[in-house]
Structure formats: structure tokens, C-alpha cells
Design a protein around this ligand. Structure first.
Ligand code: CA
Length: 554
């Protein structure tokens, strides 16, 4: 444990030295209010259409100019466009991170993520989709899952259609001269053409599917009817590739690391080793790089690395894994610093959905209502850390809206590759580079739309959330882990529920009858969103529109 503490501290210290001078200016101790609102009042701003197939964005001219100046100065210094590292954790809750009120308070400290958040920009309203596959598809294609049809993971035997031809941010950056690497969980189709190295990444290393696919059938406490039956066991083993795979563009990825009940504990360590080596190799490259790093942890069931097992304050496997993930993130960031690439790299740290509450007591934490599989805030509001020393003003916190699709559009913009975004698909992502880079940047996004599979659930606009359908959701917390997708939807009879998320983050008090003045602004925004599906036909039929008036739902 002593070694562990030394390592953690070593990384923290390294990061702190490079940015501490800047940070002091941003934490005045004299009681001055430096920023009373972190998001503007979207009731009074308009969003503008930049292209027929782009989500309209609020145009903040001054912050766009400021961001351009910063990027130009950096490129003059480094001679290349910036690197982009997206670290996507699995099923990690908004509240697991120390700076979001978790950390020590929930028995798993996250010193590295806390440091990166306080030395960078922390977003309190970054939205994912309710589960793994839809979020990953959204991040990589800039399109909501209802457009691509990737509403849930493929079930065994379904094959999986992959991204269905949607162009990924990896492809866009690859075409514009970036080195592109995917490491870690994929979960967007396992067949050759759906694998990461064949949809825009130069190379891939990791587990193609979800962590539990490798372990749950081997657990005697979960599946005694398989484990205790040799014939069933052999049959089950044949249905999956029980290994991490690796491959380069054009190839089918080959098994390189067997995953079993022991080696599952080492997966995030292996992924990190691979990531550190990749980062080191880029030091001498003339090309910028895009690294998509998707962790195994902390998807159920959690099997922490031996160095971390039982070492968290809580001593539960999920919490041990949170500590491990924090440590692995520290290792990746340290390798960027050691190779002098930190100043030219945007680092994004987030999670693919909220915590899975059905695994109680070994589960993540959110202060919001509901969890994974729901469109309550607990299911789709995830940690948002953006770190880029010298480019992102340290100490910023913002409640400005940010959708996972915005990572696609923002990365394309930073890579000067926006012209390679296809015109044939509607892009739900917005370029948020000026939000990130301007010292007092505001979100360029006016609204967030909630979809539960193919069912339209509602919209967030400013601090208001309008759910037009009722989600029946009950976390059973039953052994041995029921599905997180137990929820069902019924149309609201009286127009749905309007929640003020600032005063009611648990979505308990519907205010629709009391807030009528807001409706003439909110309704056209929903209508606008739904109208995009008329011009750009979705792969799946839209559902859940019964609660809206005929004119809107048409
Ligand atoms: Ca997940």
C-alpha cells in the first residue's frame, strides 16, 4: 500500500507543479463572487443554423475568436494540431468523483481526477445516453442513437450491425492526417467490419464486448446452472471470444490476452500499459493523435487489480476499482507529461452512463434520481472533466449543457477536420471548442433531448427538464442483479412533468401547471428537434409522441 500511495502522490505532485501558479488566481479567498452564473439564460438567446444537417448552436462571437487565437498560438509553437485523448469509464456515477461530492465521502478517493478537474474545466451537466452502446455510438458518430439505430447492445446471436456506415470521429481525423488509436471496451459490434480498426482507427487493442460478457457465466453464485454442468459450460464457452483482441486497419482483430476469472483483474492495467506505450511512441511523430481509451472498470461485476483489492475506504470491489481507474488515469496523464505532450493534448474524462443501481451493495453513486437504463438524471448525467494546461483556464466549473455528441463535433473542429463531416446525416453534436477554451466560455448548446431507446422522453432547457412520458422504474436491488432495463414507459395524460433541476435534482415535483410562461419557448424547441427526423430519416421508428399534440407529433 505504501508503494501505491507513493505512486499516486508522485503523479499528483507532478501535475500540481506545472499549473499551481495559474490555479491560485482562480480561487479568491476574499469572498468575491467571481462567477454567479456558469450558464447563460437560454430563454433569451437564439441558436443559429450553420448547415442544414447541423444542430443549431448559440454563436458566441467573442469566445470563438478567443479560442481561435489560443489554438493558432499553440500550433505556431508546436507545429501541429492538438492531440485529443478521450477517456471513457464504464457505469461510473456522477457522484463517484471526489470533486462531485463523492471520493472520500463514498469510500473511494479519486485524487487524480479531482486534480485534473480543479486544474481544468468541470462540467456538471454532461449528458450520456442511458447505457453503454448508445453512448459510445453517439460519442463516435455525433448522432443520437435513434438516428443510427444503435439503441442497445446486440444480444448474443444477433450479430450486430455495427455503426451501420455512420462516419466516426476517428475516420474524420484519420482522413485529415491524425494517428488514431482505440484501446479498451468497444461494444459496437464484434464482426470484422464493425471492429474499431475498420471504422476509422489505425489500430485497436481491447475487449470487443462488455466486461460482464466475459465473466458472468463463469460465476457460480450467478450461474450455478451453467458452472455446475460441464456440458453447458463447454457450450457457453464456445459462444464468445474470451480474450482481448488486437488488429490494424483492414485486418480482423486476433486474440492477444485471454480473459478468465483471474486475468479479468488485470485488464485495466494491460489497457493502460498499452496506452502509455502508444503515448510514448507519439512523442517523435510529426502527426497529432486521437486516442479513444475506454476502460473495463467499473462495469459490474468488478474484480479489482490485486494492488487495489480491499484498499478503498469502502473495501467493496466497485470502490476499489474506482480507485484503480483514478490511478490508471494518473498513469496516462503522467506519460503525456513525461513526453512533453501534455500542453498540446486535450484530455476528456467521462463515463458512458450512470451507475447500475441493481448491483447494490456493490454499485456506483449518483446524487440524482434513477440510474443506468433510465432517462432520469442519475442515468444520463455523467462526470465531465476537460483538462488542457495552458489552454483551459484552471478552476472553471460550468453547468452549461454538453451532450456526448458534442465530443465528435468539438474534436473535428480542433483537428480542423469539420469539412470531413458527412452532409448526408443529421449531426446532433455541436462544436463546443470555444466553450472549452475561452476563459469564461459559455456552452453553445441550448437543449438536451432525452431518448429511452426509440421512445422520445423529453428535453432539458436551461435548468428545466420536461419529461413528456412517464417512466415506470423500480430498482429491485435483487440478487443476483436483475437487468437495469426494467423500466417501461407510458404516455403522460396531462402533458408530462416539468422539473426545475436546480431546486429539485431528484425530479420529484412536477411544476408544469405553475410554469405556463415557459411553454411557448420549450414547445417550439421540441418541435424543431422532431422536425429534423422528417428531413433526415431515422433508422428506427420514433415512439412516445402520443403525449404531444397532433401538430407537434406529426
Ligand atoms: Ca456502461
Amino acid at each position: 500500500m505504501l508503494k501505491l500511495i507513493t505512486n499516486l502522490c508522485g503523479i499528483i505532485t507532478t501535475i500540481a507543479i506545472s499549473t499551481s501558479a495559474l490555479a491560485q488566481e482562480n480561487f479568491p479567498l476574499d469572498g468575491r463572487v467571481i462567477q454567479s452564473h456558469t450558464a447563460e439564460d437560454v430563454l433569451f438567446v437564439k441558436a443559429q443554423l450553420s448547415a442544414k444537417n447541423f444542430e443549431p448552436a448559440i454563436v458566441h462571437k467573442a469566445q470563438i475568436a478567443e479560442a481561435k487565437r489560443k489554438l493558432k498560438a499553440l500550433e505556431n509553437k508546436t507545429g501541429k494540431r492538438p492531440n485529443i485523448v478521450v477517456i471513457l469509464m464504464d457505469d461510473v456515477g456522477w457522484g463517484d468523483i471526489g470533486v462531485n461530492g463523492g471520493g472520500a465521502a463514498v469510500g473511494a478517493v479519486t485524487p487524480n481526477m479531482d486534480k485534473l478537474a480543479t486544474q481544468g474545466l468541470r462540467l456538471t451537466s454532461l449528458y450520456s445516453q442511458p447505457s453503454c452502446t448508445p453512448t459510445r455510438a453517439t460519442l463516435l458518430t455525433g448522432q443520437l442513437p435513434i438516428r443510427t439505430g444503435l439503441l442497445r447492445p446486440a444480444l448474443p446471436g444477433e450479430g450486430g450491425k455495427g455503426l451501420g456506415g455512420a462516419k466516426t470521429i476517428a475516420k474524420i481525423l484519420q482522413e485529415s492526417g491524425y494517428t488514431t488509436q482505440a484501446i479498451g471496451k468497444w461494444h459496437l459490434g464484434q464482426h470484422k467490419n464493425a471492429q474499431p480498426q475498420n471504422v476509422g482507427f489505425d489500430h485497436y487493442f481491447g475487449p470487443l464486448t462488455s466486461s460482464d460478457d466475459y465473466t458472468s457465466f463463469l460465476e457460480p453464485w450467478r450461474n450455478p446452472d451453467i458452472v455446475n454442468d460441464d456440458k453447458r459450460m463447454n457450450w457457453a464457452k464456445q459462444s464468445e471470444t474470451l480474450a482481448m483482441v488486437a488488429g490494424k486497419s483492414g485486418d480482423e482483430a486476433k486474440p492477444v490476452f485471454d480473459i478468465n476469472m483471474q486475468s479479468i483483474r488485470l485488464v485495466d492495467e494491460e489497457l493502460t500499459k498499452y496506452g502509455v506505450n502508444f503515448i510514448k511512441k507519439q512523442q517523435s511523430s510529426d502527426k497529432p493523435f486521437f486516442l479513444y481509451f475506454a476502460t473495463r472498470g467499473a462495469h459490474f461485476d468488478n474484480y479489482p487489480h490485486p494492488d487495489f483489492a480491499g484498499k478503498s475506504g469502502a473495501k467493496y470491489p466497485y470502490r476499489d476499482v474506482i480507485m484503480e481507474l483514478d490511478y490508471r488515469i494518473g498513469q496516462l496523464v503522467a506519460s503525456l507529461e513525461q513526453t512533453d505532450q501534455l500542453d498540446n493534448t486535450l484530455i476528456v474524462i467521462t463515463s458512458d452512463n450512470g451507475p447500475m443501481l441493481e448491483t447494490f451493495p456493490d454499485m456506483g453513486h449518483t446524487p440524482f434520481r434513477g440510474g443506468k437504463g433510465t432517462t432520469f438524471e442519475g442515468g444520463v448525467r455523467v462526470p465531465g472533466i476537460f483538462y488542457w494546461p495552458g489552454m483551459i483556464n484552471p478552476g472553471r466549473v460550468s453547468d452549461g449543457l454538453f451532450d456526448m455528441a458534442d465530443i465528435f463535433t468539438t474534436a473535428a473542429s480542433l483537428g480542423k477536420a469539420s469539412n470531413k463531416i458527412p452532409k448526408s446525416a443529421y449531426i446532433d453534436g455541436i462544436d463546443q471548442s470555444s466553450f472549452l477554451l475561452s476563459d469564461k466560455g459559455l456552452s453553445n448548446r441550448r437543449s438536451i433531448f432525452y431518448w429511452a431507446g426509440s421512445v422520445f422522453m423529453g428535453m432539458r432547457f436551461g435548468e428545466y427538464k420536461w419529461l413528456i412520458n412517464d417512466l415506470q422504474y423500480e430498482s429491485k436491488n435483487t440478487w443476483p442483479h436483475a437487468s437495469p432495463f426494467q423500466s417501461s414507459v407510458t404516455p403522460s395524460v396531462y402533458g408530462g412533468k416539468l422539473f426545475n433541476l436546480y431546486i429539485d435534482p431528484l425530479e420529484e415535483h412536477g411544476l408544469l401547471p405553475l410554469k405556463q410562461p415557459f411553454i411557448p419557448v420549450l414547445l417550439p424547441e421540441i418541435k424543431r428537434h422532431l422536425s429534423t427526423f422528417k428531413t433526415f430519416k431515422p433508422k428506427t421508428r420514433l415512439r412516445g409522441l402520443e403525449a404531444l399534440s397532433g401538430e407537434i407529433a406529426k
